[in-house]
Design a protein around this ligand. Structure first.
Ligand SMILES: Nc1ncnc2c1ncn2[C@@H]1O[C@H](COP(=O)(O)OP(=O)(O)OP(=O)(O)O)[C@@H](O)[C@H]1O
Ligand SMILES: [Mg+2]
Length: 614
């Protein structure tokens, strides 16, 4: 087994400034949009701070005092201007923030996806697919939300608080102190509650994702559950999960319910203080009534930005895990990479210099290769093998003996820990991965098709192939017949992962793809699944066609493939224990003979039956 994947625990107790500065670097490429956005937020804050001032003017001059008619008109126009400006501002910042959110997510997803394409097999061995999917979707969404809307709110919030403080201090510093005194208490309460509320919601989400997982396991595993009669076990587990969900949701609701009245209460206290102190001053004639109104409005207005900033800080803390995971994905190092001097000559996978690619002959050598997935469990030790160009090598051996590993190394999906693999006498690490893979065809045990049409799937073998060439290669492997019987022939949709086709059909399409690519080396990890005799024969014929004129490694379970091989290697615990042709190995009366007599008897009988005339 590969080493277990362990998710790190992330720090969510304090704000990790180093981490966020790395994330801000990713945001920096959108700086133009950001600055414009923040400019608008500051102007919006200016408008928000101005409205109470306008109100004061109206109260002092129009309600209490006696202003001239055209003064009122001018005031109304100014007021209208502010309202229009505010509306425009709101429209514009929503548009901008949305744009930044989308661009950031697009950009980070693009980078992460490129990274995923570069990473080697061992990354996928130890990283669960679900983990990667969550990073690519919800984590990136979360980050881009916070970085666009969250930071924007913060800029607005600070500007509003700053503006209000200045205006208050200038107007009447004593009354200002009454409001400012409440701030530390309000701040403390906000941070305390927001952090807890968010934490509880995060717990709820965690349990929720477990529930979703249980749902999908319950549904996809329904048949197994029923045949094993473990319905009650599943139900118990499910009950525990949903119970936990209910408990945590209630906790979140209680916290939210406590928070609002506390804050409103504090606001009311500070307003009351202003009314008492300010009211006396109005009576004494020290301040005007409008000023008193201004302060009560500001007292109420102060709270919203404060709450938003507290919320954002808490959100940033919670999102630290997302940020860290996204960064860890983007910073993962591909373990199998070409040397710089190789890249210089042959280019990268995404930008290959195919004009420098030497032609591959197909002579293969494993020289003193040692390899393991985990140091504790060596798979190959000091493995040696030499294959002439054009030869067919059949690998046989019991399950787990290392057959797939040998071809995985040849394909450079993994690299030897010691020793080297040579093609045409040159170490494969001296030629680029791109060169290797463009000269190598690999049909897996479970062939993979991409969503799209049959023709598209065959054309992956060689992207510039014409329709005729696609059809010819299908004909060569006898896939043409079944394809033309499909509803839309070559243009039929194969479904996600080829789900609309049978395994045998998927295999034939993979063979057609390989024929079209015409690689110098062909690798076949043959499927063990039993296929009906007719398809079996078609596939056998396809394999024979593919083996002609190229070096082939066949991990075979079919007797007929093995018998016609130039060399049969019997692999046991990562070592070649026997090597030779079918006849030679039978005469040895060793492992191969036993394997042959046990495993292939049935096969043999089937063949004899078919040979018999009815
Ligand atoms: N990705 C991996 N991570 C860790 N260990 C692995 C991995 N793939 C294979 N192994 C281990 O390496 C050993 C050889 O496996 P390999 O897949 O090469 O066997 P095989 O001969 O192809 O078997 P089968 O006939 O079942 O396909 C086994 O012990 C297996 O458990
Ligand atoms: Mg295998």
């Amino acid at each position: 087994m590969s080493e277990r994947f362990e998710e790190q625990e992330y720090n969510t107790d304090s704000l990790d400034t180093k981490l966020w500065s790395k994330i801000l670097k990713l945001l920096w490429i959108h700086k133009k949009d950001l600055f414009v956005l923040y400019g608008f937020m500051i102007m919006l804050a200016f408008v928000d701070v101005s409205f109470p001032l306008l109100n004061r003017h109206a109260i002092d001059n129009f309600v209490i005092g006696n202003a001239k008619e055209n003064e009122v008109l001018i005031f109304a126009l100014v007021y209208l201007g502010f309202v229009v400006w505010q509306s425009f501002n709101v429209y514009y910042f929503i548009k901008r923030a949305g744009k930044i959110e989308m661009n950031f997510a697009y950009d980070v997803r693009q980078k992460a996806f490129t990274k995923l394409q570069e990473l080697s097999f061992n990354y996928y061995d130890k990283t669960p697919l679900g983990w990667i999917m969550a990073r690519m979707t919800s984590d990136i969404t979360r980050l881009s939300e916070i970085l666009s809307w969250g930071l924007m709110d913060m800029v607005w919030g600070f500007s509003v608080m700053f503006g209000i403080t200045i205006v208050m201090l200038i107007t009447n510093w004593k009354l200002a102190m009454l409001i400012l005194m409440v701030i530390p208490v309000l701040w403390y309460i906000s941070v305390y509650f927001q952090t807890r509320i968010l934490k509880t919601y995060r717990d709820v989400r965690k349990v929720n994702s477990k529930i979703t997982g249980a749902f999908s396991e319950g549904i996809s595993g329904a048949k197994t559950t029923k045949t094993m009669a473990i319905e009650d076990l599943n139900l118990d587990e499910f009950k525990t999960l949903t119970g936990e969900m209910r408990q945590r949701s209630i906790k979140a609701a209680v916290l939210s319910a406590l928070f609002m009245p506390l804050v409103t209460g504090l606001g009311a206290i500070s307003t009351a203080g202003i009314l008492v102190v300010g009211g006396q001053q109005v009576l004494l004639g020290a301040i005007q009534f409008g000023t008193l109104m201004l302060f009560t409005q500001y007292a109420a207005q102060f709270f919203e930005p404060l709450r938003q900033i507290a919320r954002l800080l808490a959100e940033l803390q919670m999102a630290q895990a997302s940020a860290e995971r996204v960064l860890s994905l983007m910073n993962s190092e591909a373990q199998i990479v070409d040397h710089p001097h190789v890249i210089e000559r042959f280019g990268t996978i995404l930008q290959p210099k195919t004009e420098n690619y030497p032609k591959m002959d197909g002579e293969v050598e494993f020289r003193n290769v040692t390899f393991y997935y985990n140091p504790q469990e060596p798979v190959l030790t000091d493995f040696n093998l030499k294959v002439q160009r054009g030869q067919t090598v059949a690998l046989v051996g019991e399950t787990g003996s290392g057959k797939s590993t040998i071809v995985n190394l040849l394909c450079r999906f993994y690299q030897p820990v010691e020793g080297s693999i040579l093609i045409d006498g040159v170490d494969i690490t001296e030629r680029s991965i791109g060169w290797l893979h463009s000269n190598l065809g690999y049909v897996l045990q479970a062939p993979h098709l991409f969503s799209g049409t049959v023709a598209e799937n065959i054309r992956y073998g060689r992207l510039d192939a014409t329709d005729e060439e696609v059809e010819d290669s299908a004909k060569m492997v006898n896939a043409h017949n079944f394809i033309t019987k499909l509803e839309q022939g070559y243009l039929s949709d194969v479904g996600e992962g080829g789900s609309r086709l049978s395994t045998g059909e998927k295999q034939l399409i993979s063979f057609a793809r390989a024929v079209l690519a015409d690689p110098a080396i062909f690798v076949l990890d043959e499927a063990t699944s039993s296929i009906d005799t007719e398809t079996e024969q078609i596939i056998q014929h396809a394999i024979d066609t593919l083996l002609v004129n190229r070096t082939s490694f066949v991990i075979a379970h079919r007797l007929s493939t093995i018998v016609s091989a130039d060399v049969i290697l019997v692999i046991k615990k990562g070592k070649i224990v026997e090597q030779g042709t079918h006849q030679e190995l039978l005469r040895l009366k060793g492992s191969y003979y036993r394997l042959y007599t046990n495993q292939f008897q049935e096969d043999l009988q089937n063949q004899l039956l078919q040979l018999k005339p009815e």
